[in-house]
Design a protein around this ligand. Structure first.
Ligand SMILES: [Zn+2]
Length: 193
């Protein structure tokens, strides 16, 4: 019986090692490694937001030490032809980009990081009800959609109730019991490209 328990523990250990190896094979890497991508800024459709302000806030968010930079990511703005296209887009243009996108929300489609102009200007009920500033919402939505570009899927539950929400929770539609947080959590500091 004793050896049974030991071998179960060993089996778990092996499984964890294999998982780690698989993660590395899949291209996950964490803080300490480095990855640089170029991006350009543009708009689509009729927008109410100021594109120059948008450009500035995206650049500040990407340069912030609390952001994806902590995962070793450097983002460099270029005039055009970036690896990612960060776009302030009208709702109809977001919806037109892919059947998986909604006119009400922001969306990432391949290299397109589409920020919904209506959300950019007015955030969401979930955020406004909690009196979170529009400035914080904007940082959250940039980091969330960029997180998809970096290989992150949604996080579907709040691990620590009333704790800070991972940026990959779909905070625009609900906090799932977590508190709003515009920056990636330590557990989210990896990239899969
Ligand atoms: Zn998302």
């Amino acid at each position: 019986m004793f050896s049974g328990i030991v071998s179960l523990a060993v089996a778990k250990e092996v499984a964890a090692t294999q998982l780690e190896a698989q993660k590395i094979a899949d291209g996950h890497y964490t803080s300490g490694a480095s990855y640089t991508f170029t991006y350009d800024i543009s708009s689509r459709g009729k927008i109410a937001g100021d594109l120059e302000e948008f450009r500035k806030i995206v650049a500040e968010t990407y340069a912030d030490a609390r952001g994806w930079k902590r995962a070793g990511v450097t983002m460099k703005e270029v005039q055009s032809g970036g690896q990612a296209h960060v776009i302030l887009a009208s709702g109809d243009q977001v919806a037109a980009a892919s059947p998986g996108c909604s006119a009400k929300l922001s969306c990432r489609v391949g290299s397109l990081i589409l920020i919904n102009d209506d959300r950019w200007m007015h955030a969401t009920d979930a955020y406004n009800e909690l009196n979170v500033s529009l400035a914080n919402y904007r940082i959250m939505v940039i980091n969330h959609e960029t997180g998809h570009f970096l290989g992150h899927d949604h996080i579907l539950k709040c691990e620590i109730p009333n704790g800070l929400g991972p940026v990959m929770i779909q905070q625009s539609t609900g906090l799932l019991g977590c508190r709003p947080n515009p920056w990636p959590m330590p557990s989210e500091l990896w990239v899969r490209r």
